[in-house]
Write a protein that binds this ligand. Sequence first.
Ligand SMILES: Cc1cc2nc3c(=O)[nH]c(=O)nc-3n(C[C@H](O)[C@H](O)[C@H](O)COP(=O)(O)O)c2cc1C
Length: 213
Amino acid sequence: MEFTLAITGASGSIYAQRTLMHMAASGVVERINLIMSKAAVTVAKVELGVDLTKPERGTLNRWIGLPPDSRLIQLHRLDNIAARPSSGSHPQEGMVIVPCSMGTLGAIASGAGTNLIHRAADVTLKENRRLVLVPRETPYNAIHLENMLRLSRAGAHIIPASPGFYHRPQTIEALVDHLVFRILDHLGVPHSGATQWRGVKESTGELISATED
Ligand SMILES: Cc1cc2nc3c(=O)[nH]c(=O)nc-3n(C[C@H](O)[C@H](O)[C@H](O)COP(=O)(O)O)c2cc1C
């Protein structure tokens, strides 16, 4: 499987990092075309203390826990509108933008994109491939909401970065991963996490686990 993963300047760089990690761990993803906006680099520095300005292959691989010489991730420059993801004739399963800023969301919703992230998303929609958007902003204004509705009607999967708590996460990673597994569900990528709701026991109100099913 091949996907494009774009990181933009919304808060939540850790969602991108852990989506990359779990895609790599799936064993079925052979290539990830990675694109980062300038704001994504700024936010990753603020939130994770990582410097992704012109990253070497080794830096990127280390960031997501891959061997230094792994070629799973192919980084494309934001202004390289001739890169593979810019063409529908390049076969791939789909694209995820995680986290997705309101700026990028608006550019895609308007169809007036100017960079490789916008173009690749536009191509994904026109080719009827899976486009997963993970918007993050609070509160949403009417423009944000209308853009999301527009994109949903065009076929995009809108998965806001609003994590659940019913699995009782004990760490930030567990909180983040619950959302990441939902992203992978929508991309059709297998993962290690149980995200299926199995109900609660009537007697105790406790969650029914996968092993009790
Ligand atoms: C620390 C930080 C956090 C931000 N958080 C958000 C956010 O959660 N959502 C959002 O839409 N924009 C957020 N922004 C603003 C975007 O980065 C900004 O609008 C940028 O132009 C988006 O560009 P891009 O879509 O090309 O990444 C944040 C900026 C900074 C510096």
